[in-house]
Design a protein around this ligand. Sequence first.
Ligand SMILES: NC(=O)c1ccc[n+]([C@@H]2O[C@H](COP(=O)([O-])OP(=O)(O)OC[C@H]3O[C@@H](n4cnc5c(N)ncnc54)[C@H](OP(=O)(O)O)[C@@H]3O)[C@@H](O)[C@H]2O)c1
Length: 237
Amino acid sequence: MTTTPRPIALVTGASRGIGRAIAVDLGRTHHVIVQGRDQGALDALAAELPSATTWAAELTGDGALDGFLAAGPDGSLTTLDVLVHSAGVIGGSTVEATSRDEWRRVLEVNVVAVAEITRVALPALRAARGTVIVINSGAGFTSRGDGGVYAASKFAVRAFADALRQEERAHGVRVSSVHPGQVDTDMQREIQDSRGNAYQADKYLGASDIADAVRMVVDLPPRAVAEVVSVRPLALG
Ligand SMILES: NC(=O)c1ccc[n+]([C@@H]2O[C@H](COP(=O)([O-])OP(=O)(O)OC[C@H]3O[C@@H](n4cnc5c(N)ncnc54)[C@H](OP(=O)(O)O)[C@@H]3O)[C@@H](O)[C@H]2O)c1
């Protein structure tokens, strides 16, 4: 009996939080390449999944993508069915208090790395008529005081996704932006701590809720693309 090879998904930011939940869910049906910086966390996740390989990488700076194309199931990456960009950072404060280096750090992870990984992966995505999913944020639509740096990065990556969607339509590649509200993760804890707020885990979304939204995007018929998906906690709006 021959078995059909699994479709391949790459999930960045899979060591923790939303990316990890997405990798676990996609792992039911896909070979998953899990990216993060912590090799131990990636190995532990890969051991839980039926079929997975790891790609440990710091996504900023020169050489960030070294090893990327070798992270596929057979040591190469000629087709890629799903690319989920979940790696991201929060940062900055007021415009007055935010340095050039901090602007660069946030934009480098949340925007430049997303564009660069996508660019390198495009031949494999086109070969598979794949799906690119950018985990954006409510901050990709609305900017608030104290949050301009993060919002600017998420506005920018929304613009990136909108442009990519138009460019890749003719190649059969679908592009989706998924915009979560507050999700119970390390990042949300950091946000609430920085504002001096109580942490209300019971009111936030769970990371698996975003994994469910990504699953819906992936499982749509190939002729349909979920261009923009906003998922908000019912209790908070
Ligand atoms: N949590 C929320 O409420 C919320 C709401 C809306 C949108 N989002 C978005 O959802 C995505 C995931 O957020 P999360 O809450 O899951 O965050 P998280 O728990 O803080 O996890 C962040 C992930 O990104 C990776 N990462 C960060 N900087 C990196 C770098 N320089 N190079 C390589 N990997 C890096 C981390 O890897 P390491 O483990 O190696 O650090 C980790 O896997 C982000 O894009 C975020 O903006 C989150």
